[in-house]
Ligand binder design. Sequence first.
Ligand SMILES: *[C@@H]1O[C@H](CO)[C@@H](O)[C@H](O)[C@H]1NC(C)=O
Ligand SMILES: *[C@@H]1O[C@H](CO)[C@@H](O)[C@H](O)[C@H]1NC(C)=O
Ligand SMILES: *[C@@H]1O[C@H](CO)[C@@H](O)[C@H](O)[C@H]1NC(C)=O
Ligand SMILES: *[C@@H]1O[C@H](CO)[C@@H](O)[C@H](O)[C@H]1NC(C)=O
Ligand SMILES: *[C@@H]1O[C@H](CO)[C@@H](O)[C@H](O)[C@H]1NC(C)=O
Ligand SMILES: *[C@@H]1O[C@H](CO)[C@@H](O)[C@H](O)[C@H]1NC(C)=O
Ligand SMILES: *[C@@H]1O[C@H](CO)[C@@H](O)[C@H](O)[C@H]1NC(C)=O
Length: 412
Amino acid sequence: MLLVDILRGRRRLRGSVCKPPCSFWFLLLFGVGGLVLFIHLQDLPDMVLQQAPAGVRFRGSTLSRQEQCAQFSDRVNQRSEEGDIDPISPMQLPDSQWERDSATPGSREHDPSPQQVTKRHRKLLKTSPVLRPNSSSPSRVQESRRRIIRDVCGKYRSNISRTITPHHVSRIYVEDRHKLLYCEVPKAGCSNWKRILMVLAGVANSTREINHVAVHYDNHLKRLDSFDHQGITSRLETYTKVLFVREPMERLVSAFRDKFESPNSYYHPVFGKPIISKYRVNASQTALKTGSGVTFREFMHYLLDVHRPVGMDIHWEAANQLCSPCHLHYDFIGKVETLEEDANFLLRKIGAPENLSYPSFKDGNPKAARTSTQITQHYFSQLNASERQRAYDFYYMDYLMFNYSKPYKDLY
Ligand SMILES: *[C@@H]1O[C@H](CO)[C@@H](O)[C@H](O)[C@H]1NC(C)=O
Ligand SMILES: *[C@@H]1O[C@H](CO)[C@@H](O)[C@H](O)[C@H]1NC(C)=O
Ligand SMILES: *[C@@H]1O[C@H](CO)[C@@H](O)[C@H](O)[C@H]1NC(C)=O
Ligand SMILES: *[C@@H]1O[C@H](CO)[C@@H](O)[C@H](O)[C@H]1NC(C)=O
Ligand SMILES: *[C@@H]1O[C@H](CO)[C@@H](O)[C@H](O)[C@H]1NC(C)=O
Ligand SMILES: *[C@@H]1O[C@H](CO)[C@@H](O)[C@H](O)[C@H]1NC(C)=O
Ligand SMILES: *[C@@H]1O[C@H](CO)[C@@H](O)[C@H](O)[C@H]1NC(C)=O
């Protein structure tokens, strides 16, 4: 029952207990699981992308526990703070700096594709009044995004330890020249962010010349957890910490389409096979053997199953689980819904070269349309009301922290 509770997204941050002995068992489980999967993996590229396959680390759907237990082993930061949630520490980016520069209107003139921006803006005006570009200055918008996260973290605080572990920073990329920390949320513009980081770091001259393979397997980017304690804390204290998020259901559908609707030599065998064999009645031998053809409904049954046959994956893990916004006080929260605007504003802030702007490349299947609100609704129409509710519960903390509104009226 406790496990069920932990898995309800809504209750994720409330008291899950984990005493030292259980950390031992979970470590053992992960160790063995990791070894087994390692032996079975034949496809290197996607595994490199996965780093430690999240499916193993979170096997048995014990993500919350795992996160809490990890703190018994590797303590990086022993500092104890006053109060549960820090205000944004002023040294990170003085508000005055944000205010001063905010007079400069966005960076529309640097945008390579003005048509897209207007289209995006039109959509935004329709769907989300708060994001109207001139309803408040970009720095005001940032202020309120940070405040909401702080409030939500404060309200839902449980006994989250305030110790920052390498796990909390394992998804963060480091760009030392511009003192930038970027937390990677897959399916939220991360490939193009990596291109930007590569150009900022001087690994490439222009985002145009970086192809998809180079972005993920040859990017020369360092992760924050590769540094020692001192290296991690000093960067966390002085660098601009950036997180880009996306409407959770759209992100989920985008991940599903990307990983299951076109051939994939990692996701089909590793996730598709167990999903089909557990959730499809009368599955064909071919389907069981290849793991191809997982339907959205089957995928959702897997995601919402307390006893998943295979663990979680970064592409559908909640953003707050990947980037720990209650532990790390991000200076900048960008949204895919206002991607170019947010990204280019940030680039000017950190003093990026004038001719560097957020690119509009689409990675993944080039023939498939970008996942839109309409496309997302089409997928979710395959679920019944209670399944939609459970999906919302699963991403509830992301909805709250990043102030996305309920995607369906009948949700509570
Ligand atoms: C917002 O922009 C529109 C058109 O660009 C303009 O008419 C309006 O006055 C602006 N509002 C504010 C508060 O700046
Ligand atoms: C954890 O939370 C429980 C109830 O919410 C509380 O009684 C307990 O004192 C807390 N423990 C710590 C270490 O904060
Ligand atoms: C960038 O351009 C310069 C001069 O055009 C060239 O020497 C250098 O090799 C280029 N760097 C990369 C990473 O392509
Ligand atoms: C930006 O300008 C620099 C030199 O100032 C040049 O090396 C680089 O290629 C330019 N990048 C783009 C994308 O044009
Ligand atoms: C599964 O196959 C059996 C035999 O072909 C058939 O009787 C049964 O109705 C099928 N079940 C479903 C749910 O399709
Ligand atoms: C929705 O589908 C689930 C199966 O995933 C089923 O157990 C449940 O009864 C259905 N709920 C409604 C309201 O139809
Ligand atoms: C959060 O979103 C809602 C609905 O989109 C909006 O009305 C509200 O102003 C937003 N809150 C803040 C602080 O931006």
